[in-house]
Ligand binder design. Structure first.
Ligand SMILES: NC(=O)c1ccc[n+]([C@@H]2O[C@H](COP(=O)([O-])OP(=O)(O)OC[C@H]3O[C@@H](n4cnc5c(N)ncnc54)[C@H](OP(=O)(O)O)[C@@H]3O)[C@@H](O)[C@H]2O)c1
Length: 291
């Protein structure tokens, strides 16, 4: 384990589930953690519990809605005003929706929260991560990425929206597509960051008992998660790989890898397609008007 005392870590989606357990473990290691949440009350409740359990008072709370690019840009500016370094960024927040919804900024919501948001947040914080090197970016994907497909002509599922209800029937549900995009983003990012001292890795936490799927808007998918309880691991176990990637010396120089149960794993062939990774990167930059 590397020395985490005083290290500055951001964990998104940290008021519940895997994110909350990730913060709890990092707090026990004396890290300075910024919990990034979209809801003040839920965030404060989790923050209070973590401070009480660990005695670490260096746990901050900041608000950011990852479905809103405006909110991400605002958050990043505010963070940079407060902190002049960043050692670990954990892009953990994620969600699934049964019905297609479009955000006020015009993005399909699953795509925005699971892929576009982490992509933009990482870009907004990249200079800081580089100037703080050695530093780490950790993206929380899913084993379901293997069922995904990246259709560059329909990134926002306008032609074809397969929500959570469609899981059993469809080869590429939107959630899986966005988790595959996050994986491909990580591989491309790691290549682009070679030599900077910033590592980028992705992980699959397993089937974990959390709130995921509860608010998807589909009774059958929340039932699926409920019925899956005996097969699920608890959130503490589900957070182990995130914590390992954030803190272990064993992985300090590893980049561009996917991890499951604290081990590198191979991902689906589509995830390694460098031409699609690059085209996805460029198209995402265009959607976000990034230079
Ligand atoms: N559980 C599993 O079996 C499993 C399997 C594979 C991958 N994952 C991934 O693991 C990550 C953590 O999920 P979890 O299982 O711990 O589920 P969870 O308990 O539902 O946690 C998800 C977190 O993301 C936050 N979030 C959702 N939408 C957001 C938004 N627009 N802006 C900011 N934060 C937002 C949630 O906040 P609210 O509480 O405010 O909604 C919550 O804190 C996700 O990326 C998920 O896709 C989970």
């Amino acid at each position: 384990m590397s020395e985490m005392k005083g290290k500055i870590c951001i964990v998104t989606g940290s008021n519940s589930g895997i994110g909350k357990e990730t913060v709890l473990s990092l707090a026990k290691m004396d890290a300075h953690v910024v919990m990034v949440v979209r809801n003040q009350d839920r965030g404060e409740k989790a923050q209070f519990e973590i401070v009480r359990q660990t005695g670490n008072k260096s746990i901050d709370l900041m608000i950011c809605d990852l479905s809103s690019m405006d909110s991400i840009r605002h958050f990043s500016q505010e963070f940079k005003k407060k902190d002049d370094r960043l050692d670990v960024l954990v892009n953990n927040a994620g969600a699934m929706f049964n019905k297609r919804e479009v955000t006020p900024e015009g993005f399909e919501r699953t795509f925005a929260v699971n892929y576009l948001g982490p992509f933009l947040l990482t870009h907004e914080l990249l200079d800081l991560l580089k100037s703080s090197a050695p530093s780490r970016i950790i993206n929380v994907s899913s084993g379901l990425a293997k069922n995904g497909n990246v259709d560059l002509d329909d990134l926002q599922s306008q032609k074809n929206y397969a929500g959570t209800k469609a899981y059993a029937r469809v080869r590429a549900p939107v959630y899986a597509n966005t988790k595959l995009m996050l994986m491909m983003f990580t591989y491309e990012l790691a290549r682009r960051l070679k030599g900077t001292g910033v590592t980028a890795n992705v992980l699959m936490p397993g089937f974990v008992a959390t709130n995921l799927g509860k608010n998807s808007g589909s009774l059958s998918s929340s039932l699926m998660f409920k019925m899956g309880r005996p097969m699920q691991v608890n959130a503490k176990k589900g957070a182990e790989t995130s914590v390992y990637l954030a803190s272990s010396d064993e992985v300090k120089d590893l980049t561009g890898e996917c991890f499951s149960k604290k081990k590198t794993v191979e991902t689906c062939p589509a995830s390694y397609d460098q031409e699609i990774q690059e085209r996805l990167w460029n198209e995402t930059g265009r959607l976000l008007s990034l230079r």
